[in-house]
Design a protein around this ligand. Sequence first.
Ligand code: SF4
Length: 138
Amino acid sequence: MNFEKVIDIFLFREGTDEEAEVTNQPIITTGSVVWGVLLRSAILMLLSLFVIEYFDLREYWWLLVFIIWVGAAYPGWRQYQKFQSRMKTFQEETLCGSCIHLDSTSQLCKIYDEHPTRDYVPCEGASWEPRHFDSDIT
Ligand code: SF4
């Protein structure tokens, strides 16, 4: 994982659909959201603990929970909702979206271990199998 990717995760950068087409990589996934929340929480916690200790604000320790909610958990939740929305559209509009081999939590083909996009189908349709009606659409 390069430094630019870490910055993307930290800032919850979404990227555009065009960027995703060029790189053949989804910009956000469930994993990147979780990493972003953990990274932000760790940094916010360290900074907050330093400030609390430095200014002797121990009686306001509960503010830490609020800061982590506002700075990490809530933005992560919003990012996850956007990812879900993007995946729903992807599943409705692409061949891979209707395939049983797609892992919708990471936009990954489980057989080819690659990220399909709107213009890129790793198996070119040869391994496509229909998703069951009762399977998870998220
Ligand atoms: S098997 Fe083919 S159609 Fe199915 S998810 Fe993988 S690349 Fe897409």
